[in-house]
Design a binder for this molecule. Structure first.
Ligand SMILES: [Zn+2]
Ligand SMILES: [Zn+2]
Length: 310
């Protein structure tokens, strides 16, 4: 056996011991472990008591039970949550109401709050109510592209310089940076087809809505967008993002589009090219609203955003 093989063997032995011991141990609940249904309700309501917190930080059985409960937890889809938040569900669809009220799911309540604050979605919901052809299915498609993340900021110490958010789905990551305050998003995607993202984030009742066009990052296949923040959020932060179907944009979104472009071109000059690319590709679509079309014509001009001279 060579030196490498031997060290592998020793490493294996060293790591086997405690692991095996823990695995055998955590099969059995102790008398002080909470009953299984409690894991589900505490996860949804985020209301562990201090005694429970202390116990589960040292109990392997409880950690395992919690991970299992997290995996099995059911949440309504983003589309269903949005329908409910906007009162577009009919009376027969009681699952969402039960989940929010009786189960008291904090995650879904926070998401409902984000969706209620999104002015773009509000306008589209009005179109659905008016019975505009295709409005419901297009809105459904946009929300189906959605992803959700959260961050529990430490109350006592305040945020660290870089705090990662926990995404529920693969293919995304985000960090909250403190100096200057910004949210850095990364997602897998193709640089050749830039897309417009709606980014909603908030804590408590304060919700911010933003537009972003992610640009190629350092690694191939990873796109990045930096979103400036006026100030750092306090309390648990929830983030939701979805891809915007540009033909659903209206003149109401033009000021927000332009200010997002101006802000990002100051904060992150290379993102100007991604915005140009998105605007030029979008101008080829039919069915754009007039005000949106002329705004995009402005954004796609090479001198928009004062690109650095080469
Ligand atoms: Zn336990
Ligand atoms: Zn939920």
């Amino acid at each position: 056996m060579g030196e490498h093989g031997l060290s592998q063997l020793l490493l294996g032995l060293a790591s086997d011991g405690p692991d095996r011991h823990e695995r055998a141990d955590d099969e059995l609940p102790t008398p002080s472990c909470p009953p299984l249904p409690r894991f589900r309700s505490a996860l949804l309501r985020e209301d562990w008591t201090d005694a429970e917190q202390r116990h589960r930080s040292v109990c392997a059985h409880c950690r395992q039970a919690e991970a299992q409960a997290r995996q099995q937890a059911w949440h309504p889809s983003l589309v269903h949550l949005f329908w409910h938040a906007r009162g577009l569900l009919d009376d027969t669809d009681t699952d969402v109401a039960y989940h929010l009220q009786t189960d008291g799911c904090r995650r879904c309540r926070r998401l409902s709050m984000l969706f209620q604050a999104d002015r773009l979605l509000a306008r589209l919901a009005a179109r659905v109510r008016q019975g505009v052809v295709d409005a419901a299915s297009r809105l459904g498609r946009m929300l189906a592209s959605g992803a959700v993340a959260s961050l529990a900021l430490p109350v006592s110490t305040g945020p660290r310089p870089e705090q990662p958010l926990a995404f529920e789905t693969a293919g995304h990551s985000a960090v909250l940076r403190t100096d200057p305050p910004l949210l850095r998003l990364e997602r897998s995607g193709d640089a050749k087809t830039p897309s417009l993202l709606r980014v909603l984030f908030g804590s408590g009742k304060e919700v911010r809505e933003q537009f972003a066009v992610p640009r190629p990052g350092k690694e191939p296949g990873v796109l990045r967008a930096d979103l400036p923040l006026e100030r750092l959020p306090t309390g648990p932060l929830t983030l939701a993002l979805y891809e915007v179907d540009a033909t659903m944009l209206g003149k109401e979104e033009v000021p927000q589009l332009c200010s997002a472009f101006t802000a990002t071109s100051k904060l992150d000059p290379p993102s100007v090219l991604a915005w140009h690319g998105w605007a030029s590709a979008t101008l080829k679509l039919s069915g754009l609203e007039g005000a949106v079309r002329s705004a995009l014509e402005g954004l796609s001009r090479p001198d928009a955003g004062d690109l650095p001279k080469r």
